[in-house]
Design a protein around this ligand. Structure first.
Ligand code: UDP
Length: 322
């Protein structure tokens, strides 16, 4: 299969592209490099520096059988300050992409959605039929894209799968000591921030909130390894449900607290993680854990790498590029 990967120069897109190539698929990457890195596009992928709104008519020459769509802005805090940018880039951009795919009879799409579409659900673990009440413009744009996909699939007969990620961590070793991992200019995520603090390369890790109603008072999240996530995307590409948009949560079904993650970082790096305990970060729910039965049923998928493996790989990547 020849797969178009939008956002294939970003963290998850580059890992998925590399894993598709390893599985023998052909990969065409499109990325405008607004946040991605050209050197993260795996060798062997065809690369075009374009935005998703610029694919018509050139996509017609590429022989695409299916699309995995990552290209999006993805910072929760930034989205609250700049909703216009998020709605234009994520929602208007994706609708333009869907229209381009329709014009070229490309009827298979896998989209990166987010647990942020649910907001703060009352019940854990979170099933796909939980109410969707996003608490940020980022989450709202991911939900809007999913609603568009449902309508497009139904009316135009395409097969669509939205993968709602919970927390993604880890990196992929790509030979010669190289890694594909998180290299965000603005890093907001727990694992890379904790690694930087442990390495002594940055400020102390700010621990947001120690008064949550959880066993140790810190937030509980459901972490999966980016390589497990890539396997789910490959499985989603094989789904055959013309006219149906499938929404699938991707998580392990169990959670770790922030303190448990920090303990694992200290173990793996063999260094203490300097911590500043500060107030809660606005919009962070106490617990977010995925129900992953549907991922098992539809994709035959379950995660196989534990938190220690995620932190160890992220640390390998950090040490190589810091
Ligand atoms: N967190 C933290 N310090 C940081 C980054 C994150 O205490 O520098 C906490 C955050 O409050 C949340 C968890 O770690 O409970 C995971 O946050 P992250 O931003 O990695 O992912 P999110 O769950 O927001 O998608």
């Amino acid at each position: 299969m020849r797969v178009l990967v939008t956002g294939g120069a970003g963290y998850i897109g580059s890992v998925v592209s590399a894993e598709l190539l390893r599985a023998g698929q052909e990969v065409v990457v499109v990325d405008d490099l607004s946040t991605g890195h050209a050197d993260a596009v795996p060798p062997g992928a065809q690369f075009h520096q374009l935005s998703i709104a610029e694919l018509d008519p050139v996509i017609g020459d590429w022989g695409i059988d299916g699309v995995i769509h990552f290209a999006a802005r993805s910072l929760v805090g930034e989205s609250v300050a700049d909703p216009a940018g998020y709605w234009r880039n994520n929602v208007v951009g994706t609708v333009a992409l869907l229209d381009t795919l329709r014009a070229h009879a490309i009827d298979r799409i896998v989209v990166s959605s987010s647990a942020a579409a649910y907001g703060e659900p009352d019940r854990q673990p979170i099933t796909e039929d939980a109410p969707t009440r996003p608490t940020s413009a980022y989450g709202a744009t991911k939900l809007a894209i999913d609603l568009a996909l449902t309508d497009y699939a139904r009316a135009y007969g395409s097969t669509a799968v939205s993968l709602r990620y919970f927390n993604v961590a880890g990196a992929l070793a790509v030979g010669d000591g190289g890694w594909l991992g998180e290299r965000h200019a603005t890093e907001t995520h727990l694992v890379p921030n904790a690694l930087r603090a442990a390495a002594g390369d940055g400020p102390k890790l700010q621990l947001f909130g120690t008064d949550y109603p959880t066993p140790d008072g810190t937030c509980v999240r459901d972490y999966i390894h980016v390589v497990d996530l890539a396997a789910a995307h490959q499985a989603a590409l094989a789904v055959q449900t013309p006219g149906v948009h499938n929404v699938v949560n991707l998580g392990s079904g169990s959670g770790y607290s922030v303190r448990q993650v920090l303990d694992t970082v200290a173990e793996v790096t063999e260094r203490p993680v300097p911590v500043d305990e500060v107030a809660r970060r606005p919009g962070d729910p106490a617990v977010l854990v995925a129900a992953n039965e549907r991922a098992g049923e539809l994709l035959g998928w379950e995660p196989s790498r534990d938190l220690r493996s995620m932190v160890a790989d992220a640390w390998g990547c950090y040490q190589r590029y810091a």
